[in-house]
Design a protein around this ligand. Sequence first.
Ligand SMILES: [Zn+2]
Length: 347
Amino acid sequence: MNAPSPSLLQYPFDTPPAPGRALEIAPGLLWIRMPLPFALDHINLWLVREPDGRHTAVDSGYGNDTTRAIWAEHFATTMGGAPLARVVATHYHPDHLGNAAWLARRFEVPVHMTLAEFLTAHAIRDQRATHALADSCELFARHGLDRDHVAALAERGNAYARGVPEVPRELARMIAGDMLALGGSDWTVIPGFGHSPEHASLASRAARVLISGDMLLPRISTNVAVWPAEPEGDPLGRFLLSLATFERLPEDTLVLPSHGLPFRGIAARVAELRAHHQARLSELEEALAEARRPMSAGELVPVLFRRPLDLQQRFFAIGEAIAHLNHLWRAGRAARSAAVGTIRFSA
Ligand SMILES: [Zn+2]
């Protein structure tokens, strides 16, 4: 969901590195970019130079030939022919995990990630245990997504497998609060919820840097959606609680987000995101009050998204609408009924 950026944020680097190039943004900390085949057209990845001259890769890019060709350039230039020391994945989404197994196998190194992200990646890749496309189609149909859009979604097939051709077969497990030694200093694993099941951000107190992954982005609000494994869940509530953890980091922390430019101003950004979601919740509440009848999430998508959406965006939009409505329901600000198959919310 797009949020206007009135911005009290400072962006110390105004130009991202070109594909195949690296920008050293702090001693031993390199910023690289890879393209994405979506409306959101890029992801930022980070390389941490280790004392022995190798690098740790934080996130790995969408798994296709384009990004692998860019990696090949980095192997020769940025990494000077030295191997990777390890791969860290902030979460299971294809732009983050897509090349992890490929990199890990090539350099015979572990993939550090949290257990829920690892298991979710396998469940979606293999279409199991309520993580299949059919489960999403069923959930969204029950929430009033129209027939054509459900059919178009079903026709996409296993989009996850296209971006993650291979999921790591084993992991080096990261848990909230763990210390990870990267580049000769300690990084704390900070858990995040609501965007993915067990997202890991990494904070270095010494370097005053936070690798935020998708939990804290400067210009767009992170996708927070309900998925079929937890249809009555409150991912938005969990996301808002997670923001409080980031807010406690030192104010001069440089935030390295997966999309957009590095920025300073964590507290301001957290405040913007809170205000953004509270405004959306209030708009939905007002729409329900005005309608004077129960409405489905599908009917309410235009309240949250006033611009035209492509298929991928519609898919995220309905999940996001359900997340906001479930949050209102769980907070006692809306009622929910599931009579005659369709789930509807009312004031
Ligand atoms: Zn993500």
